[in-house]
Each structure stands twice: as structure tokens, then as C-alpha cells.
Design a protein around this ligand. Structure first.
Ligand code: PLP
Length: 378
């Protein structure tokens, strides 16, 4: 099996598994308690918090909020400050965000919150001037993703932050860095943002655990109410093993970033070169923009992505079309149509994403299988 769907989920890293094991066994305690078993769990959570704060450049470990995954982190980072500000306030975001941002706009609109959704160009970039122009006196949060999960295009978040701040410096900048944290620099300083969301399972950590970096000066109205954990910003008993595993995976992923960039970037490039030789009319999306080095999003004219994916699966290649987070989706991708692709063309695109388990030669092997499948379908 050639697993080329790392943007959907990565296999657990050995470092994460090793770090988690003690907390699945003797270290099972609830970190909110008083006794030694609880204290051991609490110490592990706080050590993970310090590690994550350090890697991402947070001012203080307590700026790190552990959540139940990327979707929750994004929801808290985007809507937490707006809920605190009250109805009538506004979010500015882009048309190519993950559903974790876009799907909240309707329900929050019914509660009186407004949103301005900025369009994108071809090859999928957001113009900082367009975002700044969308900001007004009622804007509380601007959220533009650091890299798109479908195309792998890296967005100019630092430039967007700069443009927004010169338009109105009280606005909070949030970025969904769930995909960018692998294969691009994704710390607070290089992105120039106040808040950043991550998800453990995209970089070799476990599923169902995420991080929101939100400085304590940012008032977040919680979206999950309960026992007041995480300074009252996110209630619920900590997922201790998950949090420890996320921190270990993040540390391993960042420590290996330059090797990953060289090795996986070369593999992705060999894949695209081989594919363009074998299927000359295949079109790589996002060319002309900076792309995540592990990401390849390709259109095969005349071939339906769903049919191709089934054939690839039978031939031992795991890939996906559009966003795998919305499994079973039959609608054409909102990202590709926002970029100006026709619905027909958008249904002909497949995403291949390499990752930490990719082996030398996988790129060329995958290109041969993909080319064979495309030829058979045509
Ligand atoms: N944001 C982006 C860009 C993603 O790619 C994903 C998942 O694919 C998410 C958010 C949601 O993260 P999670 O699956 O942890 O809820």
C-alpha cells in the first residue's frame, strides 16, 4: 500500500506512542485532582504545554489551550472572541477555509454575528489588500488559513496580518495552521498572528486532540462549558495521553523539518515529474504559488476523481479527492470553485499527500500506478 493521504491523517510517530504509553497505563489519573496519581498526570500536561508554547513561540505556556482537535481549536479561536464581544460583531475570512471556519457562519449569523468572506485568485491566493478592505469598526477577528488542505497552497498570512493591523490594529488575527505545521514554518512570529490552531493527527500525533494558541489577554467566550479546565476557556477532563502524544509528535516533526523538506519534497517533485511524463495533460493545481512540499493536487481531464480513487485503492494507492474531512461529500470542492474552476473540472481532481512514512521511490512508484489507472479509465 502506498499511503498518499497524510493530509487526512498521519500514522502515529514512534516518539508519540512512546510518550503516550505511560499515561494509558499507570499514569491514567485525572489531572484536576489533588493526590499523587492526579499530580503525575497534571505534570505531564503542563510539561506538554511548555513544550508546545516553546515550539510555537507563545509568550507563556498558559497561552496554550488544549482542545478536542483542529475543528474545535478553530471554532474557539474564531468564535470565542466574537461571542465575548457580542452580536453585531464581525469575522473576516476567506472563501477557501476549512469547514471548521465556514460551516459556523450560518448558525452564528442566526445569532447576530456577521461575516465577510474574501475571494481568492487563481492559483488560490488571498490578496492582503482585500482582507484589509473587509475590516471595519465591528471586526473582531480575521481568520485566514496558513495553507490550504486541498491544494497545499501556502497563504501570505504574515502579509495579511500586516495589512489588517495597519487598517485596524485592535483586530485579532487567527490562522488555521492545521496543514501548514508540516512542511512550512508555522510559529506565531513567522505568521505574525495572535492565535493559531493545530491538530495532533496531521503531524504524527493522535486524533481528537488539538491546540489553540490564544494569549491570555484575548477574552475567549468558551464554546464548551463545564469544570473550568484550561483557565475556564475549554472545560472537560484533559486527554492526558493525547496531549502528551501531540507534544512529542510536534517536537519530532519540527526537529525533523529540514530533513523532511529535502526528502519528502524531492519525492513529491519526482512524483509530479514522472506523472507529467506519463500523463501529459495532467494539471497540477497551485503552480505559480508557494505550495506545501508534501502536497500534490492534480486534475486529470476527463476522469472522475471518485472513479479514479476507487481504482487507485484497488491498485494499492490511498489518495483522496477534495477534503477528506468531509467524507462522503458529493458536492464539488468549494475551494476549487472559489478559485474559478468549473464544477466538472473540480470533480476531476485528486490530492496526493506525502508524509513521514513515505519511503524513497514512493513518488515514482505512485506515478506509474496513477498513470496506469488513468489510462485504463480513459
Ligand atoms: N483545518 C484544516 C485545514 C484541516 O485540514 C482539518 C482536517 O483535515 C481541520 C481543520 C480539522 O481538524 P480535525 O480533523 O482535527 O478536527
Amino acid at each position: 500500500m502506498l499511503y498518499l493521504d497524510h493530509a487526512a491523517a498521519t500514522p502515529l510517530r514512534a516518539e508519540a506512542r512512546r510518550a503516550m504509553e505511560p499515561y494509558l497505563e499507570a499514569g491514567f489519573g485525572n489531572p484536576s485532582g489533588i493526590h499523587g496519581v492526579s499530580r503525575r498526570a497534571k505534570d505531564a500536561v503542563e510539561a506538554a504545554r511548555e513544550q508546545v508554547a516553546d515550539i510555537l513561540g507563545a509568550d507563556h505556556p498558559l497561552d496554550v489551550v488544549f482542545t478536542g482537535g483542529g475543528t474545535e481549536s478553530v471554532n474557539l479561536g474564531v468564535w470565542g472572541p466574537l461571542l465575548a464581544a457580542g452580536p453585531g460583531h464581525r469575522l473576516v475570512t476567506s472563501a477557501i477555509e476549512h469547514e471548521a471556519v465556514l460551516a459556523g457562519i450560518g448558525p452564528m449569523g442566526r445569532l447576530g454575528f456577521e461575516a465577510t468572506v474574501v475571494g481568492v485568485d487563481w492559483p488560490g491566493l488571498v490578496d492582503p489588500a482585500d482582507v484589509a478592505a473587509g475590516v471595519d469598526s465591528r471586526t473582531v477577528v480575521v481568520s485566514v488559513m496558513a495553507a490550504n488542505n486541498e491544494t497545499g497552497v501556502v497563504l501570505p498570512v504574515a502579509k495579511i496580518a500586516e495589512a489588517v493591523r495597519s487598517a485596524r490594529d485592535s483586530v485579532l488575527l487567527h490562522t488555521d495552521a492545521v496543514q501548514a505545521v508540516v512542511g512550512a514554518q508555522a510559529d506565531l512570529a513567522s505568521l505574525g498572528v495572535d492565535m493559531l490552531s493545530l491538530s495532533g493527527h496531521k503531524f504524527g500525533g493522535p486524533k481528537g486532540v488539538g491546540v489553540l494558541i490564544a494569549p491570555r489577554r484575548v477574552t475567549l467566550e468558551p464554546i464548551i462549558h463545564g469544570g473550568g479546565q484550561e483557565l475556564g476557556r475549554r472545560s472537560g477532563t484533559h486527554n492526558v495521553a493525547g496531549i502528551v502524544g501531540l507534544a512529542a509528535a510536534l517536537a519530532a516533526s519540527v526537529a525533523g523539518a529540514s530533513d523532511f523538506g529535502r526528502r519528502i519534497g524531492a519525492e513529491r517533485n519526482r512524483f509530479e515529474r514522472a506523472l507529467s511524463g506519463l500523463v501529459p495533460d495532467a494539471e497540477v493545481t497551485g503552480v505559480g504559488a508557494e505550495r506545501l512540499i508534501q502536497h500534490s493536487h492534480v486534475r486529470f481531464p476527463g476522469v472522475r476523481a471518485e472513479t479514479l480513487l476507487i481504482r487507485l485503492d484497488a491498485s494499492g494507492v490511498a489518495a483522496s479527492s477534495g477534503s477528506a474531512c468531509q467524507s462522503g461529500a458529493t458536492k464539488p470542492s468549494h475551494v476549487l470553485t472559489a478559485m474559478g474552476m468549473s464544477e466538472t473540472a473540480a470533480r476531476q481532481c485528486v490530492r496526493f499527500t506525502f508524509g513521514h512514512t513515505t519511503a524513497d521511490g514512493d513518488g515514482e512508484r505512485a506515478a506509474a500506478v496513477v498513470a496506469g489507472a488513468v489510462e485504463a479509465l480513459r
